[in-house]
Design a protein around this ligand. Sequence first.
Ligand SMILES: [Zn+2]
Ligand SMILES: [Zn+2]
Length: 363
Amino acid sequence: MKIQAAVSREGARYPQIETLDIEDPRPGEILVRIVASGICHTDLGVNARPGLRPFVFGHEGGGIVERVGPGVSRLVPGDHVVLSVNFCGECPSCKRNAHSYCYEVLPRNFGGLRPDGTSPLSKDGDRVYARFFGQSSFATFSLADERCAIKVPADIPLEILAPLGCGVQTGAGAVLNSLNVGAGQSIAIFGTGSVGLSAVMAAHLVGAQRIIAVDVVASRLALAKELGATDTIDASTADAAKLIREMTVYGVDYTLNTANAPAVYTQALACLANLGVAGFVAPPQGAFAPDMFHLLSGGRALRGILGGDTTPSLFIPMLIDYYRQGRFPYDRLIKFYPFEKIAEAFEDSTTGKTIKPVLRMPN
Ligand SMILES: [Zn+2]
Ligand SMILES: [Zn+2]
């Protein structure tokens, strides 16, 4: 079958839409007609760095199951699904439902191929790498691993639901699962992109007493305030850590760092109260040496967080319920782009003009 897909090729700044061939579903696979796909910073990162090419990225797909392969029993054609992270289902992490820490997370999500070394996509007989996060959703159709698919209600547009697959659940899950922030506690969130703002909404949802949003973009800080931040700090004009310590006396119980500048890591540790936990979702880009005495003397912890420690099949339906109730208005982060404007959407995401771009497929 022929599909349209945005292909990242060597030397090209943005993915270009091309006609490709897609295989029929094999055992454990589903063919999904993609209605919409979110763009996440991981897509921008892999597209900008050298690597396997040509490759179809995209990992926040939302669509309708068109066909299912042999052995697929959980889904039937016509089901609405959101596609999320892929995992092996067999390793110790998967057995305890900690799918984001699957021991095969890299090959299953970034390897471009099925475990047997084949790709479902090709052009004129030449291989095109796919299976990005088990899906490659920058396309009109995706041949996804059944494990990636979360069945969602059909009465909410898929273009709203698609971005739940990665960035939104990472931010919300970091607060609700990884850090387990509770009522009456305090958190400072560094960076108010889609992960940071989802964290702000989740902290508000659980009744955190103090929610301090830190960024350098005034419009994002204003939105953070509307979504539940109790305080905002413009880090371009203030020493955020110093200000947070002044505001909270002992420091905050938690920090969530969604940025990757080493200086932000230092700040996120410096404002932490005793027994506090500093969560981070991306490695620092550059040298960072944590103050080990500061960590030890206050019983503080530095905690890496992938995917918000969620079990997507439980967590995504829960976020949808909160959204329906008006308690998790993450749709305010979204701006829609037609599929053919993917370059503009990449650009607006890179510059920060758009918080969560969502591509609408011509389906
Ligand atoms: Zn696994
Ligand atoms: Zn992502």
